[in-house]
Design a protein around this ligand. Structure first.
Ligand SMILES: *Cc1c(COP(=O)(O)O)cnc(C)c1O
Length: 389
């Protein structure tokens, strides 16, 4: 660093362009801010993009997962199997319905659950499985779907990371009955906060649409418009999960640019992997041969025996060089509420713990310049070289 402080490279920056700004301004001028024509347009574009029959826009992926569990009838006393290696949302939604999250360990190569880790956990109370496509790497879905069919279980995919991931030639969103996506600020496309549920089933789509807006009958959001009517019926005790037109306006433009975003993430991943593959101090993430990785996250695994210090020191050193990083994920079973409520303890899921202790997520987003990517690569080399045993 010759000329004083170099600019920091944050762990994530969203790509918001003039198109997004113009589209949001148009909504502001239209006088219709909440769920309306833009949400409709976003839903149709999204369903077409992933190849699903229906897409229902909601205000988070957490809401999407909750509505999906409700749609398949998960209730008090049921069990739902999900990975311990995931974000808080995947497990908490199960408790919203009075059901119990049953945690599964993950595979060391893909970081995902598979049929082998799920099968021993199935009991007569099991109602559903939530595979999470971690980092944008699809789970091996065929064996999971087969296991589910055999035991009459529902499969709800947590695709918060997986917009653009494919499995055996199909996009995630067109595989299972119910797939939840996130448009949180750091996700592959963003609406600030937002989510989407893709489904092939008319009955699930109708139920989720109704439950996302207070359980009201029909196209209740339309009741204030000229075409609409003042009359509605409350058919169920629902939720307030609808997306706004303001957010959908962002989403429409982000979706249009999503192929370009993906290409750039893929390019960054390739540059990282080419540069780090020869290092003895780390292990690069792999892409499973059954599909394409969405590269939402680039999770580098440290080879701890080759290093004189641990993961936290690597993160500190990268931070000093101006490189923002993150850690995905602290396994659910290591958190106080899971230990207190369900008796989970450290050591219960060795693969997830092994991955967590070695994980460093590097910046990977389309707003990065080639110079940024070069600096991340150089800093990782420097840090791992300095800290090697
Ligand atoms: C971000 C995330 C969610 C939740 O998404 P929100 O849109 O913030 O509710 C769910 N699952 C995983 C794996 C996530 O990373």
């Amino acid at each position: 660093m010759q000329n004083g402080q170099q600019q920091k490279i944050p762990f994530h920056l969203p790509s918001i362009g003039e198109e997004e700004i113009a589209e949001v301004v148009e909504v502001l001028r239209s006088g219709w801010l909440t769920t309306g024509p833009k949400v409709r347009q976003f839903e149709e574009a999204f369903a077409a993009y992933v190849g699903a029959k229906h897409a229902i826009a909601v205000n988070s992926c957490t809401a999407a997962l909750h509505l999906a569990l409700d749609a398949v009838g998960v209730g008090a006393g049921d069990e739902v199997i999900l990975p311990t290696y995931t974000f808080a949302a995947t497990g908490e939604v199960v408790t919203y319905l009075g059901a119990r999250p049953v945690l599964a360990d993950c595979r060391p190569d893909t970081f995902n659950i598979d049929a082998a880790t799920v099968a021993p956990l199935i009991t007569p109370k099991t109602k559903a499985i939530i595979p999470v496509h971690i980092a944008g790497q699809a789970c091996d879905m065929d064996p999971i779907m087969e296991l589910a069919r055999e035991h009459h279980l529902h499969v709800i995919e947590d695709a918060a990371h997986a917009l653009h991931a494919t499995y055996k030639g199909k996009m995630i969103g067109a595989i299972g009955d119910l797939t939840a996506f996130s448009f949180y600020a750091t996700k592959p496309i963003t609406t600030g906060e937002g989510g989407m549920i893709a489904t092939m089933r008319d009955d699930h789509a109708a139920r989720m649409k109704r439950m996302s807006l207070h359980g009201l009958s029909g196209d209740a959001w339309n009741r204030y418009s000229d075409k609409g009517h003042w009359y509605y019926e409350i058919l169920d005790f629902g939720f307030k999960y609808n997306l706004t037109d303001l957010a959908a306006a962002l989403g429409i433009q982000q979706l249009r640019r999503s192929d370009d975003f993906y290409k750039r993430r893929r390019e960054i991943a390739r540059m990282y992997s080419e540069s780090f593959s020869g290092l003895e101090t780390c292990v690069i993430p792999q892409e499973a041969d059954y599909g394409t990785h969405a590269w939402h996250l680039y999770i580098l695994q440290l080879n701890l025996p080759a290093l004189a210090s641990g993961r936290d020191e690597v993160i500190r050193s990268l931070g000093e060089k101006g490189i923002g990083t993150s850690v995905h994920f602290i396994p659910l079973h290591l958190h106080p509420v899971y230990q207190r409520s369900f008796g989970y303890h450290q050591g219960a899921f060795p693969n997830a713990e092994h991955i967590f202790e070695r994980a460093v997520s590097l910046p990977i987003y389309p707003a990065m310049t080639n110079a940024d990517i070069g600096r991340v690569i150089e800093s990782v080399h420097d840090t791992l070289h300095t800290l090697r045993r």
